[in-house]
Write a protein that binds this ligand. Structure first.
Ligand SMILES: *Cc1c(COP(=O)(O)O)cnc(C)c1O
Length: 382
């Protein structure tokens, strides 16, 4: 039997060496590697500015915090996303206004976003669900028309492009995650990219207590001022050193994810009772985070049996995401949400199985997963 984990970070001697070099030196934070990683990530995505942070969640919160969002403000967020997308809003005191997903892709429904705009709306945060690009030209026009800040949650969108422009650069800012199972990792870490220089400079200050100069910018040690309220959301040099090495691997990672997706999709051809969510490959290109097989509603009660059969054959799976965020206890109790408000997100949460296509796997693994899935679904849908 095989052992196919859903995700596994690929770290080699290069990362080990890079970390050892940091540990052998005196600088653990505020060093050259953080800066270099920002430059590399900016160059690779084509971003004018990149600001490293301690996680994607930190990046999302930092942006809303910087904009001064607070009680009385509304920010539109997807129901079908990681809870971090909503928490980043909720933490400021603003209200996350949830919208349902579209069934074809799982991305936020833009008609629903438009319908949710009120005089209190100050921003929109979308997620490129599983790396599938959102229709950003349409959304950007909508945000401009209503003077709303447009933030892209790009946690699963490293490699997602629209008309050749990377995700995160279509709205006002984009936040990325380097958590272990994502496209590349620094253990914990994140990055905010933006075309707005003034925003980038403010985020740099506010991620480090609102202090007006970093240690290397101080002519006399210990002399600085605090000119604004801030947080401690910095990335450390160990994480940045790992990230710099991962950048050398990212193109290869993405190619493998794409070819694994294509072979697994082909392997699932003709399996009844499920729908494979698309991973676009044209003017709009997906980052191929996983292959999401969404069961027909009639098979909902069989999902965990299918997952168990896959596990018995050594195939790890995941669920993105296990519940629409507004239906998690915290949000349901606070805002009184119910499942009938989010039928598509509920279907995706209850019926989808995320199958692994990461760069730790090859074509042969895809054939194995397809066979395991085909057998389980066929037997359990009888
Ligand atoms: C993983 C994820 C996050 C959180 O990323 P962290 O780096 O762990 O904070 C946020 N949004 C989405 C869509 C995610 O998938």
């Amino acid at each position: 039997m095989r052992n196919i984990p859903f995700g596994r970070p690929i770290l080699g001697s290069e990362e080990r060496q890079a970390v050892a070099e940091v540990l052998d030196g005196p600088i653990l934070v505020h060093g050259p590697r953080g800066k270099e990683f920002e430059e590399e990530f900016a160059a690779w995505t084509g971003a004018p500015h990149a600001v490293s942070v301690s996680s994607c969640t930190a990046g999302l919160h930092l942006v809303w915090f910087d904009l001064g969002m607070g009680p009385g403000d509304e920010i539109i967020v997807p129901a079908q996303t990681h809870t971090a997308t909503a928490h980043a809003v909720e933490l400021t005191g603003a209200r996350p206004v949830f919208v349902d997903a579209e069934a074809e892709t799982g991305n936020p429904d833009i008609d629903a976003i438009e319908a949710a705009i009120t005089p209190r709306t100050r921003g929109i945060c979308i997620v490129h669900y599983l790396g599938e690009p959102v229709d950003m030209p349409r959304l950007a026009a909508l945000a401009t028309k209503h003077s709303l800040f447009l933030l892209e949650d790009c946690a699963l969108a490293i490699g997602t492009t629209i008309d050749g422009v990377h995700a995160g650069l279509h709205g006002d800012a984009g936040a990325f995650s380097f958590y272990p199972v994502k496209h590349l990792t620094t253990a914990e870490g994140g990055m905010v990219i933006t075309r707005d220089e003034s925003l980038a400079r403010r985020l740099e200050r506010k991620r480090a207590f609102g202090v007006d100069r970093t240690p290397s910018e101080r002519s006399v040690p210990g002399v600085y001022d605090v000119t604004m309220l801030g947080l401690n959301y910095r990335m450390n040099e160990i994480a940045a050193a790992i990230g710099l090495q991962q950048m050398k691997r990212i193109d290869g990672f993405l190619e493998l994810r794409r070819s694994n997706y294509e072979s697994l999709k082909k392997g699932l051809d003709g399996v009844h009772g499920l729908q494979v969510l698309p991973a676009s490959d044209g003017a709009r290109r997906s980052s191929c985070y996983c292959l999401s097989a969404v069961l027909d509603p009639s098979l909902e009660h069989r999902r965990f049996d299918i997952v168990a059969r896959l596990k018995d054959r050594g195939v790890g799976t995941s669920v993105y995401y296990p519940r629409p965020v507004p239906l998690f206890t915290y949000y349901a109790e606070r805002y009184g949400h119910t499942a009938d408000e989010f039928p598509v997100a509920s279907w995706l949460s209850n019926c989808s199985i995320a199958l692994p296509i990461g760069p730790h796997l090859n074509e042969d693994d895809m054939a194995y997963i397809a066979d395991a899935m085909r057998t389980a679904v066929t037997e359990l849908s009888k």
